[in-house]
Design a protein. Structure first.
Length: 138
């Protein structure tokens, strides 16, 4: 919850009938922001989350999957991340708007929202190690 919403909620809980200016002076939150929350306008963060391709939970699941694959030694290539996002979005109910693949720069925005993910160049395994650690399929 953003600070303006917290200020309004605390004023309602305390049953204080303060003016918006008094609430703004006490909390340090601009009066226009408190007024906007009182009128029901969402914060910029909430608005941005509603406009994202994946929901917050879906993005967290995708980030966890990418970290897991990386820790297991099989990192996912950057070009495959939009395909994974598209398959996650397709699992939503059919009542949502028709799905399109993520836009061209979605992967960059996803990386900015999840700094724990960082793209690295993966070096090929050394041939001496390869011969000792890779076996034929049975």
């Amino acid at each position: 919850m953003d600070p303006a919403s917290q200020v309004l909620a605390e004023a309602l809980r305390a049953n204080k009938h303060l003016s918006l200016r008094a609430l703004a002076d006490r909390s340090g939150v601009p009066r226009s922001t408190i007024s906007a929350r009182k009128l029901g306008r969402p914060s910029l963060k909430e608005k941005a989350q509603r406009q994202q391709y994946l929901t917050v939970e879906e993005e967290k699941a995708l980030a966890d999957f990418l970290l897991l694959m990386s820790h297991l030694g099989n990192p996912v290539r950057v070009k495959h991340i939009p395909l994974l996002a598209f398959s996650l979005a397709n699992r939503r109910s059919a009542t949502d708007k028709p799905l399109k693949p993520p836009y061209e720069k979605w992967t960059r925005a996803f990386e900015r929202r999840h700094p724990e993910l960082n793209a690295k160049r993966v070096k090929a395994i050394d041939w001496k190690r390869h011969e000792n650690n890779v076996y034929d399929k049975i």
